[in-house]
Ligand binder design. Structure first.
Ligand SMILES: [Zn+2]
Ligand SMILES: [Zn+2]
Length: 143
């Protein structure tokens, strides 16, 4: 099973938040992650522990950073999310609704299905909000 399909919504939100806040010098504290997720620190710690066990983050002195695998998984998530947003946008949903609708499916769909949707939509280069969509992997069938 692909890493994304094993993650819960809270776990991917934690991964996204760490990716957005970390700097080359500094990781992200448990307190900050808990506040972003709007959960108490013990439940945030549970999500971080799972991410660490999956090799997606490293924790050092209480600060979390993405591992290279975590960075790849986050990039895959963004591609899933933005391709799903584009699909819903083409079905007539407004930009504000596409994001919420995409969040209902972006973790569940496989890379292969994302590739099929990408191809069916002629390989969109941006989501409805103008965020870039990474092109299909050169070795994928979608090309
Ligand atoms: Zn979105
Ligand atoms: Zn978007």
């Amino acid at each position: 099973m692909e890493a994304l399909q094993q993650l819960t919504r809270r776990q991917i939100d934690a991964l996204r938040d760490i990716g957005a806040r970390e700097t080359p010098e500094r990781g992200v504290s448990l307190k900050v992650t808990a506040a972003s997720l709007k959960v108490r620190p013990p439940s945030a710690l549970g999500h971080l522990t799972t991410l660490e066990e999956m090799g997606l983050i490293g924790r050092h002195r209480g600060k979390s950073r993405l591992t290279p695998r975590g960075q790849r998984t986050l990039a895959e998530y963004q591609r899933h999310h933005r391709i799903a947003e584009t699909l819903f946008g083409n079905l007539g949903l407004g930009p504000a609704e596409t994001c919420a609708a995409a969040r209902e499916i972006d973790l569940a769909i496989s890379h292969r299905t994302v590739g099929e949707i990408c191809r069916a939509q002629q390989h969109p280069s941006t989501c409805p909000h103008g965020e870039p969509i990474v092109p299909c992997h050169p070795t994928s069938r979608a090309g």
